[in-house]
Structures are given as structure tokens and as C-alpha cells.
Design a protein around this ligand. Structure first.
Ligand code: PLP
Length: 455
């Protein structure tokens, strides 16, 4: 695209469009990245410059952009059936994807409810859990336990359970209370212990909570092994095991939000599989379609399903649904994506790539402003600090993460940060050579920031 036309489009964008999670005033100094096309792990701007899609287009791209198999599935489907409501109707793409997904999850998760994004997949789990207890005669079981720094989406219910203060601040009057547990933020351990040396004491408060409030708790919700938006906090599998033991036989649902961690991002098809802890509800989205089209799903047990299965007059119907629930194009894309998981050893390849990443990122600790490096599978994060010894953060107004992001763009990386956490959330399909190239560019980016950060 020529510069004149690009500038014209940008000025329309600036005049009319309001972008998500964006301080629009920033565009006074810096145009948004004007993306024209995507191919594999790359995005290309309108001037032809290539960027690694380092954050998988908000954590969803799995097989790469413009994948022929997924593209073909969508194209085939659009000529047959593009959209139909899903109440009282069904269609082949939805049935096929459900049939395939069943092969990838434990038998216990025998029922699937489709929706259209991650937040709604979570809302469905919350509503099903509360309605289940209502059917069972325990209407007072309507509170959830969630984690500080947790993130479950931006709709009011999902946001109520989120623990990132900036996202919730103005909405206190709209959100409902949940019982908060300290996050397993190992670098800044809430129990004051050293990283890697603990008995998961951050779960101790749950013991008291269960003694006092068990009868009010419908479920506990968390992102297994990797808390994304809260700062890419990685925590050990033993946390999930201890959690499972603590709530065993307590009649509290375990809800895993795998919207970000699903589809091999952590080195197993789902993160909970690493710990061998099976939830009562599994919320998925993002990578479900390979990251190409919106789709969400909530999987649950036969027990939950049966509690809703009754004569119409009993009023146990689940009154929830979205216009685009199980959209035929999205479900066709999801089927194609799952077929690729069957055809290719993606889980194994992520395990191999995780090792490369784990070994290579260690060197970044030499940078004076890298306080912590944490990661799992394809996700590796660097917490930037002003003082490494004391773990003192940079002042908010310094915008260290944002500075790295701007520098990274010059080197073909899209390092959109979470505050002062710079991270890679790489597409599973990235090759080993591309990983090395990415890390080299990240090194150059950090080198370029060194001077500004130490002055
Ligand atoms: N849950 C988790 C763990 C997420 O990371 C996200 C999005 O980043 C969501 C839920 C919300 O998904 P969506 O943005 O599709 O509504």
C-alpha cells in the first residue's frame, strides 16, 4: 500500500475507531501497527515489513496464519451453510468437532456447550455451576473462589472473578464478590518464600476458607499452571494436586479456564493433563479454531448435564445462548485444527521447543533489568525491574514494557507487554530456527533498551 493511502486509512482509524486495551492518546505519538496480511508465524504491515507474531495474535494462533487446511475447511463450509441458530437445530461441523474433541479430553468431560469466545465459555461454567446447586436445593452455594492476578475475561461475571486491579477498578459497583486466594506468584511469593522451595503454602488460606464457607462455595476457578494476563505467572503442578486434595469430597466444583493454555501451548493438549487433575468444568476458546475464528466451549460432566435434564415444566432448562453459538464456519475451522493435531505430533514438538526456549532464555538474566524469567511450553516471560536485588519495579510512568515493545517493532517482534512483563507467547508451529532468530532479535531489542533503562 502506498504511504499516502496508508496515512488516509490511519486518519479514519484515529477519527472513528476505539481499540481494546489501548490508551487511545498513545496514537498521538505512534500510529497503530497497520497489518495487511499474515502467513505462518509472520504478520506483514502495509509497507511490506515482516514481524514475528510473537504473541500469537493475543494467544490464539496455533498452526500459523493462512493455513491451507483450515482455509480450505472454511471455504468449503461457507458454500454450504454460513450461520444458523443452535437452539433446536444442529449441523455437521458442530457434531464433527464435538466428536473429535472427545478424543482429546478425559471421558469424564462428556458434555460440550458451545459459545463464541473465552469470556462466554467462562460465564457458561459459572452459570451452570450455580444452577446445578440450585437444582440440588443448595441455592446458597453461589460464591466462587478465585485467584489474585487471575483473569477470566471482560464480561461482568468473568471480570468479577478476575484479580488484576487495573481491569476491574471502576466497576466495583457492578461486579459480585468472590473469595480471593493469593496467587502462586513465585517470584514475589505471597508467603515470602524462595522460588522453587515451598510446599505450596499459598494454598493454606483455602483450608480456613473451606472450614468457614464451604456451604456458600459453588466452585473454584483458575488458569492451570499459567496465569496469563496477570503477568504470565507460571506455577508448579503440585499446586493443582494440593488443590485437588483440599477440595476432595467438599462438593465444590473445580473450574479450569484453559482459554489461553489449551491446545498444546504448555506442552500437553491441556495444561491440567500435566498435573493429572481433571476438572468438573473446562473452559476453552482461542486456539480451538487454530486461532482463526471466534468460538468458545465449556465441557462438563454427565452429572452436571443430568441435573438439568428434566421435564420442561420443572424449569431446569439452561437459559443461555449466543447468536453465534457453534457457528458453522467456526466449528468447521475447529474441526480442521483438531485434524491437524491428529495428523502432526504437535504436542511432542512443543515439548522439544520448550527445552530450546528454556535453555536459551537463561542468558537473558544477564541484563540488569531482567528480574525474573519464567515459562512453560511456548510461553516465556521476562519481568523487568528497576533494581534486581530488591525486585523494585520501574515507576509506572517509565513504561518499561512499552519501551521494549516499541523497540521490538524495529526488530520485527510484536512484544506487546503486560505492564512491565515482556513475553513471548509463540505459535506452536514456529520452527526451531525461527525460535533462535526470535531470541536473537529479542537480545538486540534488550541491548538497545539497556542504556535508557540504566540512566
Ligand atoms: N480466560 C483467559 C485465561 C484468557 O486469557 C482470556 C483472554 O485473554 C479469556 C478468558 C477471555 O477470552 P476472550 O477475550 O475470548 O473473551
Amino acid at each position: 500500500m502506498n504511504t499516502h493511502l496508508a496515512k488516509k486509512f490511519i486518519s479514519i482509524d484515529r477519527d472513528f475507531i476505539w481499540h481494546p486495551y489501548t490508551q487511545m492518546k498513545d496514537f498521538e505519538h505512534k500510529d497503530p501497527l497497520f497489518v495487511e496480511r499474515g502467513e505462518g508465524v509472520f504478520l506483514y504491515d502495509v509497507y511490506g515489513k515482516a514481524y514475528y507474531d510473537t504473541i500469537s495474535s493475543w494467544w490464539c494462533i496455533v498452526h500459523g496464519h493462512n493455513h491451507p487446511h483450515i482455509k480450505e475447511a472454511i471455504t468449503r463450509q461457507i458454500n454450504i451453510l454460513d450461520q444458523v441458530h443452535f437452539a433446536g437445530t444442529t449441523h455437521e461441523p458442530a457434531i464433527r468437532v464435538a466428536e473429535l474433541l472427545r478424543e482429546f479430553v478425559p471421558k469424564r468431560l462428556s458434555r460440550i456447550f458451545f459459545s463464541d469466545n473465552g469470556s462466554t465459555a467462562v460465564e457458561v461454567a459459572l452459570k451452570m455451576a450455580v444452577q446445578y446447586w440450585h437444582h440440588a436445593g443448595f441455592s446458597e452455594k453461589n460464591t466462587f473462589v478465585s485467584l489474585e492476578y487471575g483473569y477470566h475475561g471482560d464480561t461482568i461475571g468473568a471480570m468479577s472473578l478476575g484479580g488484576v486491579p487495573q481491569f476491574k477498578g471502576p466497576f466495583d459497583a457492578l461486579t459480585f464478590d468472590s473469595i480471593r486466594l493469593p496467587a502462586p506468584y513465585c517470584y514475589r511469593c505471597p508467603m515470602g518464600q524462595e522460588k522453587g522451595e515451598c510446599d505450596i503454602d499459598c494454598l493454606n488460606p483455602l483450608e480456613d476458607i473451606l472450614k468457614e464457607k464451604r456451604d456458600q462455595i459453588a466452585g473454584i476457578i483458575l488458569e492451570p499452571l499459567l496465569m496469563g494476563a496477570g503477568g504470565m505467572l507460571v506455577y508448579p503442578e503440585t499446586y493443582l494436586k494440593r488443590l485437588e486434595a483440599l477440595i476432595k469430597d467438599k462438593e465444590i466444583f473445580l473450574i479450569f479456564d484453559e482459554v489461553a493454555t489449551g491446545f498444546a501451548r504448555t506442552g500437553e493438549m491441556f495444561a491440567f493433563m500435566k498435573a493429572g487433575v481433571i476438572p468438573d468444568f473446562l473452559c476453552i476458546s482461542k486456539g480451538l479454531t487454530g486461532g482463526i475464528l471466534p468460538l468458545g466451549a465449556t465441557l462438563t460432566t454427565e452429572d452436571v448435564f443430568n441435573s438439568f435434564y428434566a421435564e420442561y415444566i420443572e424449569g431446569k432448562t439452561f437459559y443461555h445462548g449466543h447468536t453465534f453459538t457453534a457457528n458453522p464456519l467456526s466449528t468447521a475451522a475447529a474441526r480442521a485444527s483438531l485434524e491437524l493435531f491428529k495428523l502432526n505430533p504437535i504436542v511432542e514438538s512443543v515439548k522439544a521447543k520448550e527445552l530450546i526456549l528454556q535453555n536459551s532464555v537463561k542468558a537473558f538474566m544477564d541484563f540488569p533489568f531482567v528480574g525474573d524469567i519464567r515459562g512453560i511450553g511456548m510461553v516465556w516471560a521476562f519481568e523487568l525491574v528497576k533494581d534486581k536485588e530488591t525486585k523494585t519495579p520501574f515507576p509506572t510512568e517509565f513504561r518499561a514494557g512499552w519501551k521494549v515493545y516499541q523497540e521490538g517493532l524495529k526488530h520485527g517482534l510484536i512484544l506487546r507487554p503486560l505492564g512491565d512483563v515482556t513475553y513471548l507467547f509463540l505459535p506452536q508451529c514456529i520452527t526451531k530456527r525461527q525460535i533462535e532468530d526470535c531470541l536473537q532479535r529479542l537480545w538486540t531489542t534488550f541491548e538497545a533498551c539497556k542504556k535508557t533503562f540504566s540512566s
